[in-house]
Design a binder for this molecule. Structure first.
Ligand SMILES: Nc1nc2c(ncn2[C@@H]2O[C@H](COP(=O)(O)OP(=O)(O)OP(=O)(O)O)[C@@H](O)[C@H]2O)c(=O)[nH]1
Ligand SMILES: [Mg+2]
Length: 262
């Protein structure tokens, strides 16, 4: 059986007005190294409910807005070896956590949930969003040379040691701005997947069944958030190309004899 204590696991739960769902979801989580709820300035008592139903939970408030910023705040706070991204609305099944951890312990850098591989499914997705997701998967794989089956899915896990290589948006911006930065929104999963690939990390997809949100409404706006995902893929492709082109040039500069500098 999977040992959920070694390596140490940090479960990060982004939550914006999810008090009613957290009452059900948090007690279902296994005993692990730490559970971090990242509150998105909720007005429904999310933070208080989290502390009441799961004593010992670490509740922090995100620095800006958006699910992406919430996750990065949670990643920074985490002290475990493995980070598990876990939605607060009841759509992620806690019983699948060992599956994600297993893949990591067996050698993956990242274990990525997929609703579209054999054994995966979604009870929560609409026809339009399903179609949009499939198109974004195809396009991304064609542009980036990846083989993801579920680019935008939020249930994933990875070793915390890979974080610095991902260069995610800082939780505190130099100018102290509170407006959303790129990566702060629902494009975060896509951004992560692109950066995993850019860093040539070993990503193993694991089948996952997305359950229905229990209470409340989605924060996602299919069209505008779909466009953010699309822009992310295009930006990341450009970033990737620039970086690959830069590398040999930098290397040449580094080996240039010092006398040549004049
Ligand atoms: N802290 C924080 N959490 C957020 C924010 N936006 C979304 N979340 C959380 O991120 C998770 C996923 O958001 P959802 O609104 O369920 O989006 P979704 O899963 O794409 O949409 P549905 O499938 O309809 O539920 C939930 O736990 C939300 O509470 C935010 O701005 N801040
Ligand atoms: Mg959801």
């Amino acid at each position: 059986m999977t040992d959920l204590h070694s390596p140490r696991i940090s479960i990060i739960v982004p939550a914006r007005n999810e008090a009613k769902n957290l009452e059900i979801v948090l007690p279902q989580l296994p005993e692990v190294h730490e559970i971090i709820v990242v509150d998105g300035h909720s007005v429904d008592g999310t933070a208080e409910v989290a502390r009441r139903v799961r004593p010992g939970v670490d509740v922090i408030t995100q620095t800006r807005r958006g699910k992406g910023n919430a996750l990065v705040c949670g990643f920074e706070r985490a002290t475990g070896d493995i980070i598990v991204m876990f939605d607060a609305d009841g759509s992620a099944d806690a019983a699948e956590i060992p599956r994600f951890v297993d893949a990591l312990v067996r050698g993956a850098d990242v274990s990525k949930g997929s609703r579209y591989m054999a054994g995966g499914a979604s009870e929560d997705i609409t026809l339009h969003r399903n179609l949009g997701n499939r198109m974004l998967n195809l396009l991304t794989n064609a542009l980036l040379g990846t083989r993801y089956t579920d680019l935008c899915y939020g249930y994933n896990a990875f070793w915390r040691r890979v974080l610095p290589a991902l260069e995610l948006p800082p939780v505190h911006l130099a100018d102290g701005a509170e407006a959303m930065a790129w990566g702060d929104g629902f494009e975060i999963e896509t951004l992560l997947n692109c950066r995993f690939a850019q860093n040539r990390l070993r990503v193993v997809e694991v089948p996952s069944v997305e359950l229905s949100r229990i209470h409340g409404e989605s924060n996602l706006h299919a069209i505008s958030d779909g466009l953010r995902v699309l822009r992310t893929v295009l930006d990341e492709r450009r970033r990737w190309r620039t970086r690959t082109r830069l590398e040999p040039a930098l290397l040449e500069a580094a080996i240039e004899p010092s006398g040549a500098m004049g």
